[in-house]
Every structure is written in C-alpha cells, then in structure tokens.
Design a protein around this ligand. Structure first.
Ligand code: 13P
Length: 259
C-alpha cells in the first residue's frame, strides 16, 4: 500500500493526437466510466494546445472529475518567440497543470536541464503544478549511468526551488527506453528509481508530500504491480490513454491498490 498522504495521479498524455471533436468524445466517454467511483485519483488529460479549452469546457459542463494539462510551455511571460505558449496564456484559459521536459521535448525540441528548470520555476511562480519528466536513455542504462542521469536531472530542477515549494512539484520517472516501446520497467526497479528521486529531493527539504509518477508503456496489466510500490504515486500514460476504456481500466486498477 502506498503512502496514503499522497493523492495518486493518473495522467493521460495524448501527445500529438486528437482533434477537438475526438477530445470531447473521449472526455464524455471517460466521464461515463468514472460515475459511481467514490475514491478516484487525480485524473489529468494532457491535451494538445488546440483542445485545451474545448476539453476544459466539456469538463465543466459534465462536472467531470478531471483536469486538463498542457504538454509543454515556454518559461517566459511573453515576447518575440514565434510559436511558443507562455504560462500567462495557459492561465488565461484556466490551465493549471503542465508537463515539463518530456523526453520527446528533450529529444526533438532541444530541451535541456536548464530550460526544464526554468520552466518549472515559471510554473510555480504562477501557481501552476509542473509535472517534471525525467529518465535515462537506453545507452545510459546499459552503461550503468541511470542513477547519475537521474541525479543530474533532479538536481537541475530542485536546485532552483525553495524547500516550501517542493511538495508542489510532481516528478514523473519515464525511462526513455520504456516510452512507446511496450517494454515496461520492472515495478521494483521503477520504485527504486522513484525512491532515489525522493531521497535526492529530501536533501533540499521535505520530500514526503512530493508525488512521483512512473511512465513508460503503462497498460492495464502492468498498473497494479507499479501502483502498489511504496514510492510510485501514479502513472503518466501515453498510448494507453488514447482510448477511454483502456485509460479507465488503468484508473480502476490504480484505485484498487491505492484506495
Ligand atoms: P507510452 O505510455 O506510450 O509508452 O508513453 C509514455 C509517455 O511518454 C507518457 O508521457
């Protein structure tokens, strides 16, 4: 049984999928599935920018127990940065959660630890909850560098955060080799790394309230083993979050072990 002081989070990262009608249909379908479930985790829908407002409106209309999250943002308030979206713009459309430093952002859009840290600081400055993604690549794991990579990624962020803010940051351990590959990290090993993250945070201040998620090929079948670990407080789900039935099956499994 996980630490009950930390409310679990199940987040669906839709990546570059779903038009607005598809996003609304998903929200309606998932809302039907969760009816009658008293103790749900926090459920996040990380929609593309173009669907954030539509999904937020649907959540409001349905009174659904979900929140939207953006998949990235810039760390600056405004400026000549063509194509970027600022924290102020997200707040303007009532988006209060944001993924930061997803490995696909690091891999394809040149995000590095410094920008990830700056974005995390910006999110906190505006009262948003950042979900900071970290994780090692396959070559790093094979070279025995996992813990060193994780340490560097955690310290880059936590170095800039006041101890009183540590509980407001959510971390997501997403080993890059497990993302979209069907290769889920063994639950005990995922927990070991999540525990390492918590131990590192604890060097800077209280870490018991900080929620740490696991992501990487999470499926209904793997949810129970992952979520019953002591230091895994939820899941960040990619491919399996695109279908409401599959995503709900993950939520249901998480409820069974975390309730
Ligand atoms: P998959 O669940 O498709 O492996 O994706 C994980 C992920 O990147 C979530 O952010």
């Amino acid at each position: 049984m996980a630490n009950s002081q930390r409310r679990p989070i199940i987040a669906g990262n839709w990546k570059m999928f779903k038009t607005t009608p598809e996003a609304v249909a998903f929200t309606e379908a998932l809302n039907k599935r969760v009816q009658g479930h008293a103790t749900l985790p926090e459920i996040l829908l990380c929609a593309p920018f173009t669907a954030l407002t539509t999904v937020n409106d649907a959540i409001k209309k349905l009174n659904a127990p979900f929140a939207v999250a953006a998949q990235t943002m810039d760390h600056r308030d405004n400026g000549a940065f063509t194509g970027e979206i600022s924290p102020l713009m997200l707040l303007d459309i009532n988006v209060r959660w944001v993924l930061i430093g997803h490995s696909e952002r690091r891999q394809y859009f040149n995000e590095i630890d410094d920008t990830v840290a700056a974005k995390t600081v910006a999110a906190l400055k505006y009262g948003m909850t950042p979900v900071v993604c970290i994780g090692e690549e396959l070559q790093e794991r094979e070279a025995g560098l996992t813990d060193r990579v994780i340490e560097q990624q955690v310290r880059a962020v936590v170095d800039l955060i006041a101890p009183s803010e540590l509980s407001k940051v959510v971390f997501a351990y997403e080993p890059v080799w497990a993302i979209g590959t069907g290769k889920v990290c063994e639950a005990e090993e995922a927990n070991r790394v999540c525990k390492l993250i918590r131990t590192l945070i604890a060097e800077y201040g209280p870490a018991e309230q900080t929620r740490i998620l696991y992501g990487g090929s999470v499926k209904p079948e793997s949810t129970s083993a992952l979520m019953s670990q002591s230091d895994i407080d939820g899941g960040l789900v990619g491919g399996a979050s695109l279908d409401p039935d599959t995503f709900f099956a993950i939520i249901e499994q998480a409820c069974l072990v975390k309730a």
